[in-house]
Write a new protein. Structure first.
Ligand SMILES: Cc1cc2nc3c(=O)[nH]c(=O)nc-3n(C[C@H](O)[C@H](O)[C@H](O)COP(=O)(O)O)c2cc1C
Length: 295
C-alpha cells in the first residue's frame, strides 16, 4: 500500500504498449469497493481506448493547435482568489512540470503546447473519463475523487501509471460526443493510463511538510471547555445501548434486535446487481491560457 502511494506520480510520457483488458477489469472491480456517502457510488466511468480514443485525441488536438479556448466550463478549476500558500504551491509545481516537459516559461506558444500534450493524453493508450450526475453536490464529488485515487493506486499494483487530467473538461463536448455521455452528466476529469516510457526522466513533485496540513487535536483547548451552569443542569440523556452478540451482558440479556451486520459465516447475498457491464461511466474563471498553464 505504501509503495503504491509512494510510486504513484502523474506520468506525462506513456509508451504505446497496450494495457491488458484483464488488468483494467481487476482494477475497476476492486475500486468498486471505494466508500461513498450513503453508498451512492456517484462516479460514472467511461474507459476509452483504440479507435474511439484516437478520435477523441485527434479532435481535441485539432482544437488545441488552433488555440481554441475550450468549452464553457461547468465548474471552476480553481477559485478566483486562492492566495498563499496555495498559489505558491501551484506556481512551484507548474515550473517543475514545464522544465520536465521542456517548455520555456516565456514561450508565447506555451499554452498551446500544453494543450496539445494534454489532448494527446501524453501518448496513453487508455483514458478513463469520470463523470458525475449533474444533480450531485460537493459530497459526491469528493466521493468521485476517492474513487479515482483508488483506481490510480490499484493501477500501480498492475505496473501501470496514470495522470489525472482536468484539461479534458476544456474539450468536454468533444469527449461526450465520442463516449456518448448525455447532458445529465458532468465531466470531472480524465485519467490517462498506460506504461511509463523508460527513456523519459521521472518527475517527483514536492509536498508541504505534514505539520502544515495536518494538526493532531488530542486535548481540549480552553475555548472549548464547557462553561459551568449551576442553575439548570442539562438533562441526562441515556447513552444508547449497542447490542453485542458476541458478549451479552450477564445482568441484562441483549434485546432481540435483528443484527445489522451479516455474520461472518452467513452465505453471501444471492444475486447482487452487478454493475461491471453497465457502462461506468467537472469552469473556469481563469482565462483559458492560465487554466492550461496551471492544470
Ligand atoms: C483532479 C486533478 C486534475 C489534474 N489535471 C491535470 C492536467 O490537466 N494536466 C496535467 O498535466 N496534470 C494534471 N494533474 C496532475 C497534477 O499536476 C499533479 O497531481 C500534482 O502536480 C502533483 O504531482 P504528482 O501527481 O506527480 O504527485 C491533475 C491532478 C488532479 C488531482
Amino acid at each position: 500500500m505504501y509503495e503504491a502511494v509512494d510510486t504513484r506520480r502523474s506520468v506525462r510520457a506513456f509508451s504505446d504498449r497496450p494495457v491488458p483488458r484483464e488488468a483494467l477489469d481487476r482494477v475497476l472491480a476492486a475500486a468498486a469497493r471505494t466508500p461513498s456517502s450513503g453508498n451512492v457510488q456517484p462516479w460514472r466511468l467511461y474507459v476509452v481506448s483504440g479507435e474511439p480514443l484516437a478520435e477523441v485525441k485527434r479532435r481535441a488536438t485539432l482544437r488545441a493547435r488552433a488555440g481554441d479556448p475550450g468549452d464553457e466550463r461547468e465548474y471552476p478549476m480553481y477559485p478566483e482568489e486562492m492566495g498563499a500558500p496555495y498559489s505558491e504551491r501551484m506556481a512551484a509545481a507548474a515550473a517543475q512540470r514545464y522544465r520536465a516537459l521542456v517548455i520555456e516559461r516565456d514561450d508565447p506558444l506555451r499554452p498551446r503546447k500544453i494543450g496539445v500534450l494534454n489532448s494527446g493524453a501524453f501518448g496513453a493508450p487508455v483514458v478513463l473519463f469520470c463523470y458525475v450526475d449533474r444533480v450531485m453536490g460537493p459530497g459526491q464529488w469528493a466521493d468521485a475523487g476517492m474513487y479515482l485515487q483508488t483506481v490510480m493506486l490499484l493501477l500501480r499494483a498492475e505496473g501501470l501509471h496514470s495522470c489525472p487530467q482536468v484539461m479534458w473538461t476544456m474539450y468536454r463536448k468533444t469527449v461526450s460526443e465520442i463516449v456518448g455521455a448525455d447532458d445529465g452528466l458532468v465531466l470531472v476529469c480524465g485519467v490517462a493510463v498506460g506504461y511509463e516510457r523508460p527513456d523519459v526522466p521521472a518527475l517527483r513533485t514536492g509536498r508541504a511538510e505534514v505539520g502544515e496540513t495536518v494538526r493532531f487535536v488530542d486535548a481540549l483547548p480552553a475555548s472549548a471547555l464547557p462553561a459551568p451552569s449551576p442553575q439548570s443542569p442539562s438533562p441526562q440523556i441515556p447513552s444508547p445501548q449497542i447490542p453485542s452478540p458476541q458478549s451479552p451482558s450477564p445482568q441484562s440479556p441483549s434485546p432481540q434486535l435483528p443484527s445489522p451486520l451479516p455474520s461472518a459465516t452467513a452465505a453471501p447475498p444471492a444475486a447482487l446487481p452487478h454493475d461491471h457491464d453497465r457502462a461506468r461511466r467537472v469552469v473556469d474563471h481563469l482565462p483559458a491560457d492560465r487554466a492550461q498553464d496551471e492544470a
